[in-house]
Design a binder for this molecule. Structure first.
Ligand SMILES: Cc1cc2nc3c(=O)[nH]c(=O)nc-3n(C[C@H](O)[C@H](O)[C@H](O)COP(=O)(O)OP(=O)(O)OC[C@H]3O[C@@H](n4cnc5c(N)ncnc54)[C@H](O)[C@@H]3O)c2cc1C
Length: 392
């Protein structure tokens, strides 16, 4: 572990970051917050106009270079904005970050043709992109995926299934990880761009616990012909691309957890000040204060780790993957405890859907599973210190 990992300290947002955050916060409070509960209750997709608006705040293609139509934001700024969105509407956050994950892979490895063809519609919010790695038999062991692409006359014929794909039912395009070699393992994984209109492609929606305005699906590829030029980067380089962007994705998931935890904590503080029992606000009771202290501490430790990991990414630190795993694991576990405590502060009201706290819990629950489960993060963290991998 480097000395830098132990000693670096910088905590303030810049004036520019505060301005950007406050502008986004004003928009979210005025235009988005009032419709969230209704849309989630009715499982309606986030309105297209709100997705498009995210472009104006630098959120679509936030970390991509300006030459590719992005905003060249540092991870610290992008993460801060992601937390703001998650605080108000986790489903909207997922739409933004999933599309960004897909276009980051496409931009990093893709040709100028692929960038010209696909980036503008996704970055403007006109089209939604998905990232299809997981499969029915392959989750944590992602390098051993089974979806096959065989070379055909014009390109690739793809057969297989991709499971639990965020936005699968509504995406116009996506990046799909496929096996192109015969020996197995990460060196045989390639990445292709697919379009949902391609013959042989179909999708099935999956019911789920929360995030009802961000659909989840199973993608079926049955003899889907994908043109040769839709290969991203070189054959056999797909897994390296997935790994690189899942590291950044973990930091983004951590910021998402932070946003929900902040919302849950704020809700508890507000409720505790208003709710009267024994002739006084429950905020005055020591056991309620203990719950609030626990929540605040978990939010603060999550925030510190999130910015620490993002700062490491921005500086290209060799410790960035380690810190992203740690931030992801801590913040996504912490948010569940914070939501749980907030629900407890609300008493019976917290269990009803008349208050948003039960939704915070449901919307946060998947975060310890996605982008590598928290058990896998624990193994990656320990591996750095111990020098031994439990995954081989
Ligand atoms: C809401 C949601 C959205 C998602 N979106 C996407 C998406 O957009 N794209 C995509 O590709 N995937 C997506 N996923 C899939 C997600 O990435 C996988 O669910 C995750 O990687 C875990 O895989 P699995 O579900 O197959 O669990 P498994 O890998 O089967 O794991 C089951 C359990 O075993 C544990 N485990 C497995 N291996 C080990 C080990 N070696 N040591 C210790 N414990 C282990 C896990 O931690 C877990 O607790 C999404 C999932 C959800 C729930």
């Amino acid at each position: 572990m480097s000395d830098e990992l132990r000693y670096s300290m910088r905590f303030e947002l810049t004036a520019e970051q505060v301005e950007l955050r406050d502008a986004l916060r004003r928009y979210l409070q005025a235009e988005v917050a009032p419709i969230v509960d209704e849309y989630e209750r009715e499982s309606r997709m986030v309105p297209a106009g709100i997705v498009r608006k995210m472009h104006e705040f630098g959120l679509l293609g936030g970390m991509l270079g300006e030459e590719d139509g992005g905003f060249n934001l540092p991870a610290t700024t992008y993460g801060m904005l992601i937390a703001e969105v998650a605080r108000v509407w986790p489903s909207l956050r997922s739409i933004v970050s999933t599309s960004n994950l897909a276009v980051s892979v496409l931009t990093d490895g893709g040709s100028d043709y692929l960038k010209r063809r696909y980036l503008p519609r996704v970055l403007s919010g006109e089209a939604i992109a998905s990232f299809a790695l997981s499969e029915p038999n392959i989750g944590s062991d992602a390098a051993n995926l089974e979806t096959r692409a065989t070379a055909s006359g014009q390109g690739w014929t793809v057969n297989g299934r991709k499971l639990y794909i965020s936005l699968g039912p509504v995406c116009e395009l996506g990046v799909v990880f496929v096996r192109t070699g015969g020996t197995g393992g990460p060196g045989d994984v390639s990445c292709l761009v697919f379009e949902s209109g391609m013959p042989g492609f179909s999708v099935q929606s999956l019911p789920k616990m929360g995030m009802h305005s961000c659909p989840l699906g199973e993608l079926l590829f049955e003899d889907v012909e994908i043109p040769r030029e839709n290969l991203i980067g070189a054959e056999g380089k797909g897994f390296a691309l997935a790994k690189k962007y899942l590291t950044i994705g973990r930091c983004v998931v951590a910021f998402s957890a932070l946003g929900i935890a902040e919302a849950a904590c704020d809700a508890a503080i507000k409720y505790a000040a208003e709710r009267m029992q024994f002739g006084r606000p429950i905020a005055g009771f020591q056991l309620v204060q203990q719950m609030v202290a626990d929540m605040l501490t978990l939010v603060e430790t999550s925030r510190l780790l999130c910015f620490r990991a993002a700062d490491a990414l921005d500086r290209g630190s060799p410790d960035s993957a380690y810190l992203c795993s740690m931030a992801k694991r801590h913040a996504t576990d912490a948010v569940l405890r914070v939501a749980e405590l907030s629900l407890q502060v609300h008493g019976g009201a917290g269990y009803t859907s008349l208050f948003p706290v039960e939704r915070y819990y449901r919307d946060a629950r998947h975060l310890s599973i996605v982008e590598g489960t928290n058990q896998i993060q624990a193994l990656l963290i320990a591996q750095k210190a111990l020098g031994v991998s439990a995954l081989k």
